[in-house]
Design a protein around this ligand. Structure first.
Ligand SMILES: Cc1cc2nc3c(=O)[nH]c(=O)nc-3n(C[C@H](O)[C@H](O)[C@H](O)COP(=O)(O)OP(=O)(O)OC[C@H]3O[C@@H](n4cnc5c(N)ncnc54)[C@H](O)[C@@H]3O)c2cc1C
Length: 444
């Protein structure tokens, strides 16, 4: 396998448990021994699909001490008013903040403990599908070598080297689309005694129309913040070129947040500005010898908090197929792509849609009313009506079903919310009639 990020070690663990001999080549040093500089997003939100895969691997219970459940969104207005909006119908429906590094280290430990051999600082620079040979470069010495493989799985993320080689094969479909937005990681330090200085069990959002700041809690009392901002234009990264400009921008747009971030402007310039891309491609496999999985096959923008949940679900599905077909790799890879592609395309599209919702609509009065109506409908018709956010986050309903039902429900909601101001004013006779047209959901 190529890549010991998040998907690589989890999949490797499942493979060795099934009797396969697995080696991983990873271009970075071992993060358990070398402290890495700020990389991509300090924190991740883990939800049902990811938790299911970790549970199957026997790892979830052990991770409980390193997660913080977030029950809902805490919206911060420009005049520092707070509005809380629960994610789910009750306290069982939460998303879980986890440090990317902690999760990665736990996965590396678990994979090695089961016998996976991980070779760090080994960059894959190419692959010969004809010779079944990988080209590898030792990062510390620059020395090149090759390694034979029987089957290779590219878990090497959105800039996958394996996918790069597939691009040169005939009839390989590929698209990548960057957002005009970048992101910057910042930190809210812990208060006295290591205490969190904002509500701990929430994902904080400062929605500001076409940009936003978010903050996720860490177990050490800090909050990992991400600023999402256009690269160019009036309020944009290109305008924030001096510490004074950054400080002024934060003080006028996020006054309550900046008060909690004493070294914000220094961190702003010390941390890189990341880009966000949606990648779609097919086929994901070369016969029965090579496969792409996780971001390598389908990178998505982070606004539904589903990238790794979706990648871990890939692992679940691939392992289920292997259990069915044994080492019939070609059949397994073909069925894997047939099962997953439609769903990974769907979450890619929903992640883009959710960006608009998070940065623009979450503070809106009509939006909050719609959310209340959704929960009321779900309480009355739990088999027929599950909000789209819940289908994606708290269920393992296929993403494509969530997308399709979500669109129908959205039209229903606009209809039901038209002309009312409060959830108590809901026309239940109309709701009954509309819901009758929805088929019950199998896995809801
Ligand atoms: C800002 C941001 C916030 C996010 N928030 C969330 C969230 O809340 N919830 C969620 O579910 N997802 C989130 N994601 C998405 C999530 O981070 C990704 O989906 C996930 O990291 C993908 O895992 P992966 O193992 O496929 O790839 P990666 O995690 O990128 O791992 C790939 C690994 O391959 C290695 N590698 C790359 N190229 C080579 C090579 N040529 N040779 C050898 N090794 C190589 C890399 O060093 C890396 O270790 C977020 C992403 C971003 C950018």
């Amino acid at each position: 396998m190529i890549g010991a990020g998040l998907n690589g070690p989890l999949l490797a663990l499942g493979l060795v448990k099934r009797g396969f001999d697995v080696e991983i080549y990873e271009r970075r040093p071992d993060m358990r021994r070398v402290k890495m500089s700020a990389g991509r997003s300090i924190n991740l939100a883990l939800s049902t699909r990811g938790i299911h895969a970790l549970t199957e691997a026997g790892l979830w219970q052990g991770m409980r001490p390193i997660i913080i459940p977030m029950k809902g969104r805490m919206m911060h207005s420009t005049d520092s008013k707070l509005t809380f909006q629960a994610y789910g119908k009750d306290e069982s429906e939460v998303i879980n903040s986890i440090s990317r590094a902690e999760l990665n280290m736990a996965l590396l430990d678990a994979a090695e403990a089961q016998g996976v051999r991980i070779h760090f600082e080994q960059r894959c620079t190419g692959i010969s599908f004809k010779k079944r040979q990988l080209s590898l470069r030792e990062e510390s010495s620059g020395k090149d070598r090759s390694a034979e493989y029987q089957v290779v799985i590219g878990c090497d993320g959105s800039a996958s080297a394996i996918r790069g080689a597939m691009l040169r094969l005939s009839r390989f479909n590929f698209s990548q689309e960057y957002l005009n937005y970048g992101y910057k990681e910042l930190t809210i330090p812990a208060g006295t005694g290591g205490k969190h200085v904002l509500e701990v069990n929430a994902l904080h959002i400062w929605p500001r129309g076409n940009y936003m700041l978010i903050a996720l809690p860490n177990i050490d009392g800090t909050f990992a913040c991400i600023l999402f901002l256009p690269f160019e234009g009036a309020d944009s990264f290109e305008r924030l070129t001096t510490k004074t400009a950054v400080q002024d921008f934060f003080e006028s747009r996020f006054p309550d947040a900046v008060r909690l971030m004493p070294d914000m402007a220094e961190h702003f310039f010390a941390n890189p500005t990341g880009a966000m891309v949606t990648i779609k491609c097919s086929p994901w496999h070369v016969d029965g010898q090579a496969l792409l999985l996780g971001d390598a096959a389908h990178a998505i923008v982070p606004f539904f908090g589903q990238g790794i949940n979706c990648g871990f679900e890939d692992c679940t599905i691939l392992l289920e197929l292997l259990d069915r077909h044994g080492a019939g790799w070609e059949k397994t890879f073909r069925e894997f792509e047939e099962a997953r592609k439609i769903n990974t395309d769907a979450i890619a599209d929903m992640a883009i849609e959710n960006f608009v919702e998070m940065r623009d609509r979450v503070g809106d009065r009509r939006f909050l009313l719609q959310k209340q109506v959704e929960l009321a409908l779900e309480a009355k018709y739990p088999r027929q009506f599950v909000p789209k956010y819940a289908m994606v986050t708290f269920h393992r309903i296929p993403y494509a079903t969530a997308l399709q039902r979500g669109r129908v429900q959205e039209r229903m909601l606009s209809d039901l919310c038209e002309g009312i101001e409060h959830v108590e004013d809901l026309d239940w006779a109309k709701a009954d009639a509309l819901i009758r047209g929805l088929s019950p959901m199998e896995s809801a």
